[in-house]
Design a protein around this ligand. Structure first.
Ligand code: PRX
Length: 651
């Protein structure tokens, strides 16, 4: 039966799991029953079933000092051993862990035995370089196997990684290295992107030059062979790996040992170092990866297209799949190089059965047309996942119909850097799915939608998304800033009964299913990546030409939102330079300070910004302008004529 997308958009369709799918499904309705009977017992059972504990835990949750949670506190485990050695010992050493596909077309299949061997050597290198348990290691790499190997090697010795997305600038890199006092940086000479070499090492050099730093060494993977400058602290990855012992014994570390810090944008200019620990995190990522994606590790080929620089890459490239012994594709490149069918060629080549990607990619493919994916054999795909931003019903249907051949279930997964793992999603063998809805909390997770006063909104209404009970993979804090952790996430609904406020709006439909409505704070979502309006504003005002700046996330058909800036330029510069030149300089400045993902799509040069009487910029009105809408309520403006002036200057 062929479904016609056009007819569906105004009504909610429902897709029940087929009998065949439900019969073989890993996650069944028993999970919901078990979790609701005894939530903590449920998580304890999952932790024991899914992981190997060097020392078994006896305590499940300590929530005596909220919001500081401790899960499985007296247990000990080694995260890397759980992702590697135990699979080899179970006889799966020959199973492929990573099918690496490089952008230029080079490829490498790495088995669990080989990956384990590499991680052991890398762990020995870290120890040789003086890295100890608890030390921070910054990782700034392209999507190559060494990224995964580095993360696991750091975890193996009980140290803490901070992965910085390769698209971030030297300045962003420096502030993250400094905030965490990293002792080592692991990078590469460069990576391949859109058919070209993108150097990485120069950004590390820039980040470390001329400033006091805690970094003692820089370990450099040779990927592209481009010339790199060399300093006394630099070491070649391959030389170092060859120089150490092949054996490494993984010791157990406490469940609450920090595993990683990952910086994410908040509502202020300074990115937050979100801290995750070991046992609870690994439990929930393994649980969700297995049940939400219906993973059959013996037969499935899984592919998550996220970069390891984001949380999706941490939880659903490195830790979840490897903890579950999955075989997965790791792709260095972009979807359209050297041709727009590259992803589908990879699906065909490796017979990918589970695909996890972001709505922005799906919408881009929709625009290019179905003839491109239809030129490849996608019949291996049996499950499709979506993450990062709300997926519109039209894109959901296209994904199911064109990519999933009208049979593969689509699971829309809601979660955050802070939540560590999937929190809301269908279970594909159980849930009757609806295009556009994230649907239900996963078993063992408690979610509610509240109004501003903290009252449950009831079916058919919208409000604020909260998590009402602690969960195993929850963030344990903001690195070095416990006060900010409390203020940002836990104070909105009172201290008596702390509830985690996610920053997202959501609606409960008549069945009680959850539909995400986007951020309710000053955080933007561009192509599924989080950006802070304040961070881009402070970058714009740091340029000597700028007097004031306001940034909004405006609706964009492909990327979800796009960065639109309104700037007031100092008079002297306005006289000297054209608007085009100023716009070009500021766009380059933001790129250099934060990275290309933050580069504004548009910069409007204005004389004034809309403000309240107390001087707060009313971004809502600028958003109306940026999205070409009628301007909303202006009664709170100090000067009500300002919006007319702004509109007229833009014409
Ligand atoms: O607004 C929500 C959106 O992405 C935010 C989290 O961003 P980040 O920490 O970068 O993690 C992205 C990958 C997990 C959320 O606050 N978001 C994420 N997934 C969804 C989503 N919005 C709607 N539907 C989703 N499935």
């Amino acid at each position: 039966m062929s479904v016609q997308i056009d007819h569906l958009l105004n009504e909610t369709r429902r897709f029940a799991p087929t009998a065949d799918f439900a019969d073989q499904a890993i996650g069944t309705s028993k999970l919901y029953a078990d979790a609701s009977e005894d939530r903590l017992q449920f998580w304890a059972d999952q932790a024991r079933d899914l992981l190997h504990w060097h020392k078994p835990f006896t305590k499940v949750l300590d929530w005596t000092n909220p919001p500081f949670a401790k899960w499985f506190e007296d247990g000990q485990l080694n995260v890397a051993w759980n992702c590697l050695d135990r699979h080899v010992l179970a006889g799966h050493g020959d199973r492929v862990a990573l099918y690496f596909e490089g952008e230029p077309g080079d490829s490498r299949a790495i088995t669990y035995a080989e990956l384990t061997a590499e991680v052991k050597r890398a762990a020995n290198v870290l120890t040789k370089l003086g890295v100890q348990a608890g030390d921070r290691v910054a990782i700034y790499l392209p999507m190559i196997p060494e990224a995964v190997i580095s993360m696991l090697a750091v975890a193996r010795i009980g140290a803490v990684h901070s992965v910085i997305f390769g698209g971030f600038s030297a300045e962003s890199l420096r502030s993250r290295i400094d905030d965490a006092n990293a002792v080592l940086v692991i990078t590469a000479d460069g990576g391949y992107r859109k058919g070209r070499v993108t150097p990485l090492k120069p950004a590390v050099d820039m980040a470390l030059t001329g400033v006091p730093t805690t970094v003692r060494n820089v370990l450099v993977v040779k990927r592209t062979g481009n010339e790199v400058e060399w300093t006394d602290r630099d070491l070649w990855w391959h030389d170092e790996l060859a120089s150490v012992d092949a054996e490494h014994e993984a010791e157990g570390f406490p469940a609450e040992n920090p595993l990683f810090i990952l910086y994410t944008s908040g509502t202020t200019g300074k990115p937050k170092g979100i801290l995750h620990t070991s046992g609870g995190y690994l439990t929930q990522v393994a649980f969700t990866h297995k049940n939400v994606f219906d993973l059959h590790p013996e037969t499935d080929v899984y592919w998550c297209t996220a970069d390891v620089g984001w949380i999706t890459g941490h939880s659903y490239v490195t830790y979840g799949p490897l903890a579950n012994g999955a075989t997965q594709v790791l792709f260095e490149g972009t979807p359209d190089t050297p041709h727009p069918g590259r992803w589908w060629e990879i699906v065909e080549k490796y017979k990918v059965s589970i695909l996890y990607t972001a709505p922005t990619a799906i919408r881009t493919f929709m625009k290019l047309g179905r003839q491109i994916p239809q030129g490849f054999d996608l019949s291996s795909l049996r499950l499709l996942g979506s993450v990062g931003e709300p997926i519109n019903p039209e894109a959901w249907m296209w994904y199911r119909e064109v990519i999933g051949g009208n049979v593969a279930p689509v699971v829309d997964t809601w979660w955050q850097t802070e939540t560590g793992a999937i929190m809301i999603s269908a279970l594909p063998g159980v849930t009757v799915t609806k295009p556009g809805a994230a649907q239900v909390p996963i078993p063992g997770v408690a979610i509610d939608v509240l109004d501003e006063a903290g009252v449950h909104v009831g079916h058919g209404n919208g409000g604020l998304l909260v998590v009402t009970e602690p969960w195993p993979s929850m963030l344990r804090g903001i690195w070095g800033d416990p006060e900010r952790f409390i203020e940002t996430y836990w104070e909105k609904f009172g201290e008596e009964n702390p509830r985690y406020f996610a920053g997202d709006g959501a609606r409960l439909d008549e069945d009680g299913d959850i539909w995400l409505l986007g951020r309710v704070d000053d955080v933007m979502n561009v192509s599924g990546h989080r950006l802070s309006t304040a961070e881009i504003e402070s970058s714009l005002v740091s340029h000597p030409m700028t007097a004031e700046a306001a940034v909004v996330g405006a609706h964009d058909e492909t990327t979800g939102q796009a960065v639109v800036a309104f700037v007031i330029i100092k008079y002297s510069h306005l006289e000297e330079s054209s608007h085009e030149d100023i716009q070009a300089v500021l766009r380059a400045h933001v790129t250099q300070q934060i990275g290309a993902i933050a580069r504004p799509r548009q910069i409007f040069i204005v004389n004034e910004l809309p403000k309240t009487r107390s001087g707060k910029i009313i971004r809502r009105l600028l958003q109306d302008v940026a999205e070409g809408r009628e301007i909303g309520d202006t009664t709170t403006l100090a000067d009500t004529s300002v919006m007319q002036v702004i509109k007229s200057t833009l014409r």
